[in-house]
Write a protein that binds this ligand. Structure first.
Ligand code: ZN
Length: 282
């Protein structure tokens, strides 16, 4: 396992941590200010949400690199399955791949969407998902982008996801069977999974992303009460050990949706806290 006690080059900010993925939250810093602050605090990279980028993908990507950082990912595709899937999912997914390519990042996160109308459970939907991923993954390859399937905590089943474990994500990857379809592993979604070490070992080089936060003992909001690393009950080192067991050496992306705590805190303090906790607990 890598030693981060004196090294923050793998540390990445997902801008949702500053409230940037929802209207009306966070300090409202412009992208440029976020980039400069991340550079000043010693981060190695940034992951943006599509809503922040608009038509400025190339400009923002260049701005990040000029500050000495990398854009290590983009959040995210539209839902590919489920009742909340966009009617234009195919065009929208291709547009998100284009945006990732223009930003100069090689990873685009996929949140799948929930159970497909007319079906029950998740297995049938996973097959439909695999079929739809098969229709876009070659396009991603042409743009030098890898798709990262992110399994979500089972409480997000129904409307947001049809894959709830690394094992589920791996099954879908095996159905699609393409080198540019991988898996992003987020502490918030997998911390409870006693099969994690085995499933990560099976995933091997398919792991293309690792997301950090903590699971608070008394979570008050499923979506918007994630904890800062060290404040919760997730075994962060054991999870990273599982993720790195087969050679993952990529970014560690801090992604904390926290409406009542961290989104109400000065972003400079949030960034300092992330660096301190990353070195101490991750
Ligand atoms: Zn995540």
């Amino acid at each position: 396992m890598r030693d981060f006690s004196e090294d923050t080059s793998a540390l990445v900010l997902n801008t949702a941590t500053l409230g940037h993925n929802l209207d009306g939250y966070g300090a409202g810093w412009p992208v440029e200010r976020v980039i400069d602050a991340c550079a000043a605090h010693g981060f190695g990279g940034i992951v943006f949400w599509r809503r922040e980028i608009g038509r400025r993908a190339l400009e923002i990507g260049n701005r990040v690199r000029a500050a000495g950082l990398e854009v290590t990912g983009l959040c995210r595709t539209p839902y590919l399955v489920g009742s909340e899937r966009s009617a234009n999912w195919l065009d929208e997914t291709r547009a998100s791949i284009d945006m990732a390519a223009e930003l100069g990042t090689s990873v685009l996160t996929v949140v799948t969407g929930g159970t497909e109308p007319g079906t029950k459970g998740t297995l049938e939907t996973q097959k439909i998902l695999a079929d739809r991923l098969g229709k876009v993954v070659e396009y991603a390859t042409e743009r030098k982008v890898r798709l990262a399937l992110e399994p979500l905590n089972p409480m997000f089943g129904g409307n947001r996801t049809c894959i709830m474990t690394v094992r589920d994500a791996l099954n879908v990857c095996e159905m699609v069977d393409h080198d540019d379809l991988g898996i992003a592993i987020d502490v918030y979604h997998v911390w409870w999974d006693s099969d994690l070490h085995q499933s990560c070992a099976s995933a091997g080089s398919r792991i293309v992303g690792f997301h950090l936060c903590d699971w608070l003992e008394n979570t008050t909001d499923m979506l918007l009460d994630r904890g800062m690393m060290g404040d919760g009950v997730a075994d962060l080192r054991a999870i990273r050990n599982a993720v790195e067991s087969n050679g993952y050496s990529g970014p560690c992306e801090v992604e904390i949706f926290s409406r009542e705590k961290w989104w109400r805190t000065d972003p400079d303090i949030v960034l300092s806290m992330i660096v301190e906790r990353f070195r101490q607990f991750c």
